[in-house]
Design a protein around this ligand. Sequence first.
Ligand code: CUA
Length: 339
Amino acid sequence: MRRGSIASLIGLGIVAGGIAAAVALALPWLPTPASNEADRIDPLFWFVIIICIVVFAAVIAVMAYSIIHFRAAPDDLSDGPPIHGHTNLEIIWTLIPTLLVTAIGIVSAVVLSRNDALGANVLRVNVTAQQYAWSFSYPEANGLTSGVLRLPKDRSVLLTFHSKDVIHSFWVPEFSQKQDTVPGITTTLHITPNRLGTYPVICTELCGLGHSVMRTHAIVMTPAAFTKWLHSQATAVASPDAGVAGAAVFKNNQCSTCHTLAAAGASGKVGPDLDKLVTYAQTAGQPLATFIRQSIVDPNAYVEKGYPKSVMPATFGSALSKQQLDSLVQYLISSSKKG
Ligand code: CUA
């Protein structure tokens, strides 16, 4: 090979690699990590990207060089000379990718096993996925359920996933991990949040018409604020006063996102106005208590005119404990009678 060829190959490689590196670096592809696991995944991601950029530069350099220097004349219709194998070249192009893929495999395995290692004093959260909502329950707080995932900073959290219907997938971009939720299978994900803030929880598996709205938030709190929230909510939900318990269930399960209820200061407009439950029950021809319970346990049995069907998760009520369901029904009865 002539020295000039090597120089122009290297030149072309630098140009191609430079463009790819600029695209990788100039755009904010990844969010700022918010967990110990993401802090390990991010460098792994860049390790793979750097390898990709080098391979890309080499391939583009050879390709561009060939296009420039070995171009056939416009009237040349021949097939070109037959080329037989080149053993050394074949060994090189087998060996290099083998080494690179093995390196990626080893580094990934190390990151995975470190990310799966639980810390001390693990917080367990049961996650229920269903069309089209997430529900988080805390066994530590007598099964308190919440529509928002609240987590303490710097504590090992083990999420255990169950799906009520189809395959969904849990994703918080700032945590860099995804986990499918599969009907009939229990899956888990280990997270150690290390940055305070509110992050989106996104369903990243096409799961039906409402897939794009199957979103909520993960809120990383200081351990003190988290413990305070957990205890106050657990106490409120277990309160013998249905007004207190039901209000806590209503608030924690994000009912106000879709419903209006003056007593809760809620002004959602997606679903029926809960201040009008007495009228709705009359229209449906049912006693108020029966109507409210049915609307929570089997929301599609009767949908008030003018509101969309199948938006409220069909099994919403089954994520609640019996006591939480009872207090929510009581709460809605008393507040709608006032309304
Ligand atoms: Cu659940 Cu997409």
